[in-house]
Design a protein around this ligand. Sequence first.
Ligand SMILES: Nc1ncnc2c1ncn2[C@@H]1O[C@H](COP(=O)(O)OP(=O)(O)O)[C@@H](O)[C@H]1O
Ligand SMILES: [Mg+2]
Length: 293
Amino acid sequence: MSTAPASASGSASAAPEAGAPARQGDKPVNLLGPSFDGVAPVPPAAAASAPAVRIDGVSKRFGNGPVVLDDVSLDIAPGEFVCLLGASGCGKSTLLNLIAGLDKPTAGAIETPAGGSAVMFQESALMPWLTARRNVELALRLRGVPRSERGEKALSLLDAVNLADAADKRPHELSGGMRQRVALARALAQDRPVLLMDEPFAALDAITRDLLHEELERVWRATGRTIVFVTHNVREAARLGQRVVLMGSRPGRIVQEWRIAKTTGRRIESPEVAALSVEITDQLRKEIRRNAA
Ligand SMILES: Nc1ncnc2c1ncn2[C@@H]1O[C@H](COP(=O)(O)OP(=O)(O)O)[C@@H](O)[C@H]1O
Ligand SMILES: [Mg+2]
């Protein structure tokens, strides 16, 4: 766990060794340090390769309604953990659905890996009549895994989310946190290179959410999945992301992003998470005030 002092507030200006404030397109990118220094951003075999997800000049309108997303561009590297953060209604779910291929952009293009993506929502959407294990097995079956292998694979996936003991329970016998673990195991069972998560822990209590953050981080490190995690919770984004991308509202667009060099050992109560949250909240408030003006 990092013991960096809160005073090392992680602003770009305090971190010349982490790079001066950079710009990507016309958006400021903050490279955080020194509270986040020591470890480079996940050493990418990936960095040199093509992005896993490329969002290029994407706009979205529903019918004749207002512009929901306006010229959004974002490259996400393979294996990267990106948090998309923004106020309710700013277009986060719309963007995630576009990445998932559930809807088409009005303008612009989105490239995703051939293997596609698995999506996880706030509601676990498990089959209520199937046990945890059978729910995971169903995803394996849809993926074409032979019957003889499904049982064992499902158990090992449940084990990966610390739920092997509850494999034979049905959803109504599980807590909200346990159901989301099953949903995560099921998403992993689909074996897609990209995992899209839309406020998956928003309905959980703080302690359970905290545990799920640890689980998810462990799974991310173990599997090398590219994760796009949508949240309106600043702390959650600062706790989880390698990169936090802040969206503004009406129309939804990217206003700023932060890259966190040292992501190991973070906890929701870590000083660097608190410092980053303060900085992001400042920007978010400015954005909200600007919208209200
Ligand atoms: N299918 C749809 N038809 C019309 N409007 C939509 C549809 N989906 C989302 N919207 C509108 O797009 C805006 C952004 O919604 P959404 O992406 O759900 O925001 P967020 O996930 O950030 O809370 C909202 O104003 C919402 O009403
Ligand atoms: Mg949403």
